[in-house]
Write a protein that binds this ligand. Structure first.
Ligand SMILES: [Fe+2]
Ligand SMILES: [Fe+2]
Length: 257
């Protein structure tokens, strides 16, 4: 798995994961902005460059972690504003882009999650394993269901069998998300212990996320060899496989990161 070669889970590695996430989002979005929207394209490119620079610093573990966090936070906030602003424009049909509104929202939510993680690293606050499990599953299962929706969005309609398979998987993740939200309200705060039902659910999600990661990598290979009819960015599948990997690693460690 090439993309996990440089995936480290210390503070620098986690900051690098999130910066790279935003950096990729900017690059993917860049492909979908009409030439009528020069100003938006330029603003987005500015964000890509800035996020890329800070990501490289995080990966090289350069400098003080406090300064890095500040820079990351700042760049992420700016990119978040651009995405949220564009999403509003899109809802008013005032911008020409081919990115679906829900995909903009998906990126906005990941940007917000990254800001939560930066704050958590900064504060050094401890989160109980049960709270982390609930948080991670509620947040990421929606993202995982979305990913399958976007795979289908980019896959050509002519891939009838594959589209069917992806739809089935998406519906499975929608059900898992419903289960996570049910557990969130049934198991009330303070969550000081891991109830057996939550442990069972966590184990199930770890397995499902691993399977989903493998499936995304299988498609990644097809797309990179130009062996599937799709308009997906060539490295989108690797991007979303990395997120599935991040989910099960967080669940195994019982943390939010
Ligand atoms: Fe992402
Ligand atoms: Fe995502």
């Amino acid at each position: 798995m090439g993309y996990t070669d440089k995936y480290e889970r210390d503070a620098y590695g986690i900051i690098a994961f999130w910066l790279r996430n935003d950096y990729d989002h900017g690059r993917f979005f860049d492909r979908e902005i009409s030439h009528y929207e020069m100003e938006l394209a330029r603003a987005n490119q500015h964000n890509i460059q800035r996020l890329g620079e800070i990501w490289k610093k995080a990966e090289a573990k350069q400098g003080d972690i406090g300064t890095l966090l500040q820079e990351a936070h700042h760049a992420t906030r700016e990119f978040h504003s651009l995405l949220a602003y564009t999403m509003d424009k899109s809802l008013h049909c005032e911008v020409i882009i081919s990115t679906p509104v829900s995909l903009l929202d998906h990126m906005v939510r990941e940007s917000e999650e990254s800001q939560k993680v930066y704050k958590l690293i900064q504060s050094g606050a401890k989160v109980s394993v049960a709270d982390a499990t609930i948080h991670e599953t509620v947040f990421w299962l929606r993202q995982m269901a979305d990913h399958l929706g976007y795979i289908r969005h980019y896959l050509d309609v002519s891939n009838y069998e594959l589209n069917f398979r992806v739809t089935m998987m998406m519906q499975k993740f929608e059900r898992l998300l419903m289960q996570a939200t049910a557990l969130k309200t049934m198991i009330r705060k303070p969550r000081n212990e891991m109830l057996p039902v939550l442990t069972t659910f966590k184990e199930m999600i770890i397995k499902e996320a691993k399977d989903l990661e493998a499936f995304k990598l299988e498609l990644d290979d097809l797309i990179k060899r130009c062996a599937a009819v799709t308009t997906s960015p060539p490295d989108l599948l690797e991007h979303i496989a990395r997120e599935a990997h991040h989910l099960w690693r967080n669940l195994e460690e019982g943390i939010i990161s």
